[in-house]
Design a protein around this ligand. Sequence first.
Ligand code: AGP
Length: 613
Amino acid sequence: MCGIIGYIGKRKATEVIMNGLKRVEYRGYDSAGISIIENGKLVTIKKSGRLNELNKLIDHNKYSSNIGFGHTRWATHGEPNDINAHPHLDNSGKVSIIHNGIIENYSALKSLLTKQGYHFKTETDTEVLAVYIGSIYEKNKNIAEAVRLALADVTGTFGLLVIAEDEPDKIIGARRGSPLVIGIGKNEFILASDQTAIVDYTKHVIYPDDNEMVILTKDSYVIKNLDNININKEITTIEFELNQLEKGGFPHFMLKEIFEQGKTIENATRGRIILATGDVRLGGLTEVADRLRTAKRIILTACGTSWHSALIGKYMIETLARIPVDVEYASEFRYRDPVIYPEDFVVAISQSGETADTLEAIREAKRKGCTTLGIVNVVGSSIARATDAGVYLHAGPEIGVASTKAFTSQVTVLLLFALYIGRMRSVSQTEGIRIIKEIQEIPKKIEKILQQADKIKEIAKRYSKSRNFLYLGRGYNYPIALEGALKLKEISYVHAEGYPAAEMKHGPLALIDDEMPVVFLATKDEVFDKLRSNLEEVKARGGKIIAIATENNEGNELIKNKVEHMIYIPETLPIVMPILSIIPLQLLAYYIADELGRDIDNPRHLAKSVTVE
Ligand code: AGP
């Protein structure tokens, strides 16, 4: 939520900032703004709406400043209008801040400051912090110290940048609970909420930890904690390439990311599967391998799409490793004082590695003394660093707000994880080899599904006017039904429900009429015949059925004349099937949203990584 970018160096700040804001716009897009110090004066420009609205207001020829920052907002406090847009200024108008996160004690700070005679123009928590920093700065005339002292009194989360007109050669950054990355260039620095805004200029980065701050001039950086102790941090290298941040000829990032899935699955499995022995090698888990072998319980925790991966992971781990698995919404888990034993494993699943609830769930688990693992895409992200061990997805940057390639990579890594433990316990070599053979076939099979994009587009056109959809599946396809429905909801704004198919008769069947499209995940597995009965029940009530079926399944003959459309996907083992069966549903959601003219990569009210709770 909220993208931030700051620059100090030799380049034109407005260009670096606007370029960076384009890269982080997927984090929030209600409003945007910048502050620069131009000829010793603080200049702030901000505007509600998308980034191009702000860009129209900036006269790029007029400014030559080499220091400043920009923000793109996902509103938490105060409606997304011009005035509430960041940056926010202190009462002197000389200190400017941008902020990602929530200042929880802003009301208390606001009344204190109001009593002292300070005033406020906006409804935001961030302005309160700006005024508070300004009130300290007034007295001590040291902006870094004013920020440090103010933050000591703050409860809540922040990824924060501050500049002051009277110290025009300095940017201050600080973080707690919200991401912040420092890009280290030659006589220049970039500070951003994510690496994607930095990689245009440098691949060398430092990740500050919570309660740390950085003071940057154009040729020096000092990192310290909020207790004023200087800290040395390792410089690491960003792994991905610039072209991964472009659409590569596709109209949207989401479509590009759907089409990348053959490659991203290869990346998730490369060097990790050993066909000859049916084993899995997960280097990141070596240190905890012995404990995993004897684990009594695994808890998977995540949000949204990643939570759907977790549900599939549960089935996989219980099947292959025979260890009981609980799946928890991170937002519930963190607050309900869960029972956790020291020998438990709590595994966070997250694309961004920054989701606030998932991060806090992991911290809660750690406090309770168990081992924590991360299955994360973004290297160096907060969850990756907060967990004891883990496995990266290596899916590359995912820009579309709707998660697609990260989901299939999560499910793939969970399958590897399940097989990794399974082989240490009861899974035979023959079974291991059988599964690995199928994993190796996935990229080819994904390509086959993607070749049907035009057919799926036609189906999407036919149903794009429907206002409700149902998605039904059983076994491994039940979480796929949930995920298919979520994809449609979030990018097309069409109401959709995912359900375990057999639950229909306990209530939701009442929704069926001849206007209701029902997507059935009717792939070949041990519950196919049961699902067939559920399909008959929907058909008998007039539902318009779109079936996702497996090629070469004799059972298809029994459903063919009951459904409006069949989309065939290649045969595989049921445990591998969810990696394939989601793909037609991603395409269906994409083409319906496109038909409706939705803003697919940046759907309304949403943001890519949810760094507030
Ligand atoms: C997916 O399409 C969503 N936009 C969302 O549900 C997402 O999966 C969720 O916010 C979790 O994000 P994470 O994987 O980055 O933790």
